[in-house]
Design a protein around this ligand. Structure first.
Ligand code: SDX
Length: 431
């Protein structure tokens, strides 16, 4: 980013304020309003931050009009095809694709952080068996700050790096154990001889009573899903992590806050909501009924997995996910999956409808992901935990970037106050 001589001029009553315009590497220019309140005694108003850049970043860039997603400049479709999740983790954390030696060091480091402190099992056992795994993940990840004191000093670069590695490495174990606990099966420990994705599959689906071989097709599909969910600019959960971190909170508390935010159906919870919606639709002949409901202003129903704050074109992750869905289901011998057929027909009919075309509503990352996860054997309740597992590297990369930013300070938005003006207390007898 470089300060260009360009400026924006605001005129308020008798005052004229010049605000510098900052030019990015890509995307829209940014009007720097940091001095606005001091110079003009006014706030800007932007609920939902539709026009607000909350920070400067070098990690991920989205071109919503083109439907392009770049991680450190590399397009997501190339990363999904040619790279793998731990290499993408290295790229997001350190800014460049690793050499062979760097990748070997990183994979070995992550592998050796996958175990949880044995006493943490007691946290899982404090939950009801029917707890949503996201509730368990929020609790257990937050509790990590009670165990890993040697990586909570955010002023220590080494602590920050160890915390980053621990969180990336331990999230699959936490997610898998939350799943095992919910189905009453014993926890399966991580294995150092398995890849990141294969290890997660093994911890979820193996049982001590018999050997379990991870299907490489499933492991590859799982790895690709992790890659497609790794990071996504300043989305709601990443912004939550940044805001929590701005107070100096430890990394485990910040990531727990991000997990909590991701859980919502408007955000990461949409993958579960989307598959449940597709199942409720059932057969393609009922699609018009649901499209009508989605268009009805008086009906709160929305097409889950459709629409996006930034993408006004196809979400590139949805495109890769759609191709993956066809491949994985075919390779798994799941032909004519009714849910996938319904999803494809829904996408076709919605995109032909002027309502969706005018509002530029396209399938997003959550539209097809649930179909693949369902085919891989996961219950819908595990869809968002898998999203959280994958997004941890994005959250922690953004967390590290913010801590290293000399301009960073505690986030403290202002407001447009429309409540009561000053008034004196009224004794109860006079009310
Ligand atoms: C993720 O931010 C990220 O990057 C998120 C994410 C990531 O990787 O981190 O990409 C992951 O969260 C993907 C989004 C998953 N959520 C869903 O699929 C839930 C369904 N989608 C919507 O709730 C909605 O599209 C949002 C929340 C995703 C975006 O909402 P916005 O940007 O606030 O848009 P909006 O609600 O103002 O909608 C604009 C218009 C409205 O109509 P009008 O009031 O202007 O007449 O489009 C309509 C909305 O009613 N609309 C939809 C719709 N999404 C928007 N109508 C029907 N179905 C939908 N899905």
């Amino acid at each position: 980013m470089s300060d260009s001589p360009k400026k924006a001029t605001i005129t308020l009553d008798d005052k004229t304020i010049d605000l510098p315009i900052l030019s990015p590497t890509a995307g829209p220019d940014v009007v720097d309003i940091r001095k606005l309140y001091g110079q003009a005694n006014v706030f800007t108003y932007d609920p939902g931050y539709t026009s607000t850049a909350s920070c400067q970043s070098t990690i991920t860039f989205i071109d919503g009009d083109k439907g392009e997603l770049l991680h450190r400049g590399y397009p997501i479709d190339q990363l999904a095809e040619k790279s793998h999740f731990l290499e993408v983790c290295y790229l997001l954390l350190y800014g460049e694709l690793p050499t062979a030696d760097q990748l070997e060091w990183f994979e070995s480091t992550i592998t050796r952080h996958t175990m949880l402190h044995e006493q943490m099992q007691y946290f899982f056992r404090g939950f009801r068996r029917d707890s949503h795994p996201m509730a368990t993940m929020v609790g257990v990840v937050g509790a990590m700050s009670a165990f890993y004191h040697d990586s909570t000093d955010i002023t220590d670069v080494r602590h920050r790096e160890i915390a980053s590695h621990r969180l990336i490495a331990k999230m699959p174990t936490i997610a898998a154990w939350a799943y095992k606990y919910s189905i009453g099966q014993p926890f399966v420990y991580p294995r150092n001889d398995l890849s990141f994705a294969a290890n997660f599959i093994h911890m979820c689906f193996s049982v001590p009573a018999e050997p379990y071989e991870v299907d490489p097709i499933i492991a590859r599909a799982m790895d690709r899903i992790f890659t497609l969910h790794a990071d996504h600019e300043q989305n709601a959960s990443t912004s939550t992590v940044r805001l929590a971190s701005s107070s100096g909170a430890n990394p485990f508390a910040c990531i727990a806050a991000g997990i909590a935010c991701l859980w919502g159906p408007a955000h990461g919870g949409a993958n579960q909501a989307c598959l449940e919606m597709l199942r409720e639709i059932g057969t393609p002949d009922r699609i018009p009924e649901f499209i009508a409901r989605a268009k009805d202003k008086n009906d709160p129903f929305r097409l889950m997995g459709f629409g996006h704050r930034v993408y006004k074109n196809f979400d590139p992750r949805a495109k890769v996910m759609k191709q993956s869905a066809d491949e994985v289901l075919d390779l798994l011998g799941v032909h004519d999956n009714p849910v996938l057929q319904t999803a494809k027909e829904l996408e076709k009919l919605a995109l032909e409808d002027p309502y969706f075309a005018e509002k530029k509503l396209y399938p997003n990352v959550d539209f097809y992901s649930g179909i693949i996860l369902d085919a891989l054997g996961f219950p819908t309740s595990m869809f968002t935990p898998i999203f959280a597992l994958a997004r941890t590297v994005g959250w922690i990369s953004q967390w590290k970037e913010q801590l290293a930013d000399p301009e960073h300070k505690i986030g403290r938005p202002r407001q447009l106050y429309i409540g009561e003006p000053f008034r004196d207390y009224v004794d109860i007898e006079k009310r």
